[in-house]
Design a protein around this ligand. Structure first.
Ligand SMILES: [Zn+2]
Length: 278
């Protein structure tokens, strides 16, 4: 366990061997907001992160499912049909053809600076957990322990008949070893733990509870368009920080409690924040 702000330079990561920059951070446009964000992190004890697609695309993962994602743009396929649960039940091979491309892309990328930043913040005891709209399990790969994946993820898969589950490694190997993976116990079709269109989101009550208990709610890489995730920041009684490149849907945000809105690259922003945490 790292003790936050315990001694000397008070570097958040000093026991992890990461370098704390000497002197003042460079003066760029993000400094003021980053400094303020660092101060909010220091003052808070129950921080919650909501991460969206921007976290994944900054890792180099193409946008597959979005309205302008590559399924539609390059393949001319409606992503809603790929992730339609009725379609999956009729013909799971259609989904698996695309799913293998997604898994190949995942294998090529690593968690970003920001994924690691929040994993380490959890180690300090300041971060209660991560709520994510992403299905790529990059938060877990970075070391995050409490991750509520409201749209599910590829971290696990399950038999649709008997409920038997498999971990990430086994799920990937099964997806590549047969056209449609089958359960070794009952022969049922195996489905990744991803929420399809027509299925309920996951962990909604736990996410709401975590948001309610937070004293600082950070949104990273989400435009806050897709509900119910977009409604979670408003449940927090604490201050809100939004870091997202591009427009966001402000209708769902309690404006008076939004301390920072940074229309910036997520990794650039949190690198600056880390310098101010020293
Ligand atoms: Zn089974």
């Amino acid at each position: 366990m790292i003790i936050f702000l315990s001694h000397g330079c008070d570097n958040l990561y000093d026991t992890k061997g990461l370098v704390c920059m000497e002197g003042n951070p460079p003066m760029d446009a993000s400094v003021t907001k980053a400094e303020k964000c660092a101060r909010l992190i220091k003052e808070s004890q129950r921080i919650v992160l909501l991460s969206g697609a921007g976290m994944s695309t900054s890792a180099g993962l193409p946008d597959f499912r979005g309205p302008d994602g590559i399924y539609r743009r390059e393949m001319g396929v409606d992503p809603e049909s790929i992730f339609d649960i009725d379609w999956f039940i009729r013909d799971p091979s259609f989904f698996y053809g695309f799913h293998r491309d997604f898994l190949r892309s995942l294998e090529k990328i690593e968690p970003t600076f920001s994924h690691n930043f929040f994993a380490k913040l959890e180690e300090t005891g300041k971060l209660s957990g991560v709520i994510t709209q992403n299905i790529d399990a990059l938060h877990q790969r970075a070391g995050s322990k409490r991750v509520l994946e409201i749209h599910g993820s590829v971290w696990e898969s399950a038999c649709m008949s008997c409920g038997k589950t498999w971990d990430y490694e086994k799920s990937v190997s099964m997806a590549f070893s047969s056209n449609v993976p089958r359960c070794d116990s009952c022969g049922g079709v195996v489905k990744p733990d991803v929420v399809f269109f027509g299925e309920m989101v996951k962990f909604l009550e736990e996410s709401r509870e975590m948001a309610r208990n937070s004293d600082l709610f950070i949104v990273a890489g989400s435009s806050l368009v897709v509900t119910p995730a977009a409604l979670l920041p408003s449940l927090s009684g604490g201050k809100i920080v939004v870091v997202n490149r591009g427009n966001i849907e402000e209708r769902n945000l309690p404006g008076a409690r939004v301390e920072i809105f940074a229309d910036e690259d997520i990794d650039t922003f949190f690198r600056s924040v880390e310098r101010w945490l020293c």
